[in-house]
Design a protein. Structure first.
Length: 154
């Protein structure tokens, strides 16, 4: 059996994680890191007034706070979050979303339903576990080769 020929007609709702960690923009980074540790996840979404205001990854914590010798107990989520949060719909096809991740050079997407409500998060790892391995490998290669411009924060 060729492992790259898994069923690729899956919808995001069949792959995504429904348990999304969220924080307020005013949350200190110690709380953000503790939520990541508790859930063993690599990101949290920042939510304000029922809208996604941003996303913080473990890499953001390392590069935008710790590497700059800031105290995570004094820096808020709003100060280091990426405010441009990309998303997909829970009814989108997995392969199309995977390709979109590669085009945008991201490993995670928020998942919204038809009412534009947050219903989950999907990662490239989720895709690799449930869909086309070859496509996921190609997308990961594209993401890893992409030059990254770290937003100046704080």
């Amino acid at each position: 059996m060729n492992v790259s020929t898994k069923d690729t007609s899956k919808k995001i709702k069949d792959i995504m994680s429904r348990n999304v960690e969220i924080v307020l923009p005013s949350a200190f980074l110690t709380e953000v890191a503790q939520k990541m540790q508790k859930r063993d996840c690599g990101c949290v979404l920042v939510v304000s007034d029922d809208r996604i205001a941003g996303i913080i990854t473990d890499r953001d914590l390392a590069l935008r706070c710790i590497a700059k010798a800031h105290d995570p107990a004094e820096i808020t989520a709003e100060q280091v979050m990426t405010s441009e949060v990309l998303y997909c719909r829970d009814t989108d096809e997995a392969d199309a979303v995977t390709k979109n991740m590669g085009e945008n050079k991201v490993r995670r997407l928020a998942v919204l339903d038809s009412d534009k409500s947050l219903v989950g998060i999907v990662t490239l790892g989720d895709m690799a576990s449930h869909t086309n391995h070859q496509l996921c490998g190609e997308v990961l290669g594209k993401i890893c080769r992409a030059p990254t411009l770290l937003r100046e924060a704080i």
